[in-house]
Design a protein around this ligand. Structure first.
Ligand code: PMP
Length: 449
């Protein structure tokens, strides 16, 4: 084969070449079929090869693909903004378009800082986030992220933001009710704000359901309500990072809708364009945008491709598709079915400590000892093995190990397209079971050595 000059995630590894996709399936050039059990990176949420999207893409390309945002707006971008305003909770009516989740969280951070500057409070620049969180790979977004594996090489370059504990019900203190636990975790935010000083803190950022760093960790009821109260008490903005949870993934339009809490900023990515084009957004409330409009009138953010008509048209077509096929409601129903099947699998498997999730964002956490919940050392790479075995068996699964050695087990995410049928879920879980059993056997043999 011709030598490759493409830098891939694992250098030196041979990757199969993808040929095409249809619905929940992807095919490589050798003809092997894979169930996309994680929508790629929790992205391809309407499935592959949707004709309407290809049509919308071609139609826009024939008109105009790129016109710079400093020169023009476009029909596609205006309609996309209006659609998101209709979808978003509360007064979150304004969207700033970018190209990736990392850019979206950094833009939200900048808008938050600017909001305080415009009011004569320039010292409010610091962010507070949580361990077991992921907000992106660029330096600003990584500074906010508590994903140890992804940050550890770059720590000296990162901003030193305080991080609080995530709500992690599976590993809460013995005997503590979920209600008490929700309060305990949320109150850590108050302590952190007071330590840093409220006049230093611009915003708190959190994923409604923890994704890449923990594997679909769902907070207890009451947690986000209390977070909102604390943010209000100290004039700290609340950013809900919905890059993974937004646009129906969890069975509500936005993850935070499950708790009826209204953030000041929301970030979107992934499912917003379902993988058909790079597209992401930072959404802000009327109050924030009014304040900045009355101040400098300029948002100091943006990229060359921000708000380009081509990506906007594709994203708009995706949102319309989600609406037309009731995919938000379907995610709730099919997600409940998937979770039930995963819990059955967890009951049978000595390797799975917990199956959890919300809508079609589900996770499995692997443990060495189910009774004590003792995690495997990360060096054993249990989640990575499950992912490799599943890949061999024709199933794609997403890694969700945040690297908190000894504190959390390693995890994977199951997040198929929202279009998945019950029969397809059965097929997915059968392949997963086969893959987990294989790793179980490997671990059993190794532990005996
Ligand atoms: N925020 C969250 C919650 C994410 O899950 C991700 C991606 N896994 C990001 C931000 C970063 O998005 P991107 O990879 O598109 O930069």
């Amino acid at each position: 084969m011709q030598r490759s000059y493409v830098i891939k995630p694992e250098l030196g590894k041979e990757y199969p070449r993808v040929s095409h996709g249809k619905g929940i399936y992807l095919y490589d050039t050798s003809g092997k079929r894979y169930i996309d059990g994680c929508s790629g990176a929790v992205t391809a949420s309407i499935g592959h090869g949707v004709e309407e999207i290809a049509e919308a893409m071609a139609e826009q390309a024939r008109k105009v693909s790129f016109a710079y945002r400093s020169h023009f707006s476009s029909e596609a971008v205006e309609e996309l903004g209006a659609k998101l305003a209709e979808w978003a909770p509360g007064e979150l009516n304004w969207s700033f378009f970018v190209n990736s989740g990392s850019e979206a969280t950094e833009t939200a951070q900048k808008i938050a800082i600017q909001y305080w500057q415009e009011q004569g409070r320039p010292s409010k620049t610091r962010m507070i986030s949580r361990w077991m969180s992921y907000h992106g790979i660029t330096m600003g977004a990584l500074s906010m992220s508590g994903h140890v594996l992804r940050r550890k090489r770059f720590v000296p370059l990162l901003a030193d933001y305080p991080a609080i504990s995530p709500p992690y019900p599976y590993r809460r203190p013995d005997g503590m009710s979920l209600e008490q636990y929700a309060r305990l975790c949320a109150d850590e935010l108050e302590t952190a704000i007071l330590r840093v000083g409220p006049e230093q803190v611009a915003a708190f950022i959190a994923e409604p359901v923890i994704g890449a760093s923990g594997g679909a960790v769902v907070p207890p009821d009451g947690y986000f309500q209390r977070i909102r109260e604390i943010c209000d008490k100290y004039d700290v903005l609340f950013i809900a990072d919905e890059v993974m949870t937004g646009v129906g993934r969890t069975g509500e339009k936005f993850g935070i809708d499950h708790w009826g809490v209204k953030p000041d900023l929301i970030t979107l990515g992934k499912g917003m364009s379902a993988g058909y084009t790079p597209m992401a957004a930072a959404m802000a409330t009327e109050k924030i945008i009014d304040t900045i409009t009355r101040g400098s009138g300029l948002i100091m953010a943006g990229h060359t491709y921000s708000a380009n008509p081509q990506s906007a048209a594709v994203s708009l077509a995706v949102l319309r598709y989600v609406e037309a096929h009731n995919l938000v409601e379907k995610a709730a129903v099919q997600g409940a079915y998937l979770l039930r099947k995963l819990r059955e699998l967890a009951d049978e498997s000595p390797l799975i400590g917990e199956a959890r999730g919300l809508g079609l964002l589900c996770g499995l956490e692997f443990v060495k000892d189910k009774r004590t919940k003792e995690p495997f050392p990360l060096s054993r790479g249990v989640a990575a093995r499950v992912i490799s075995r599943a890949f061999e068996n024709g199933l794609l699964v997403y890694p969700a190990t945040g690297g908190l050695e000894g504190v959390a087990g390693d995890s994977v995410i199951l997040s198929p397209p929202l279009t998945i049928t019950t029969e397809e879920i059965d097929e997915l879980v059968d392949l997963l079971k086969k893959s987990v059993q294989r790793v179980q056997e490997e671990m059993r043999q190794e532990m005996q050595l």
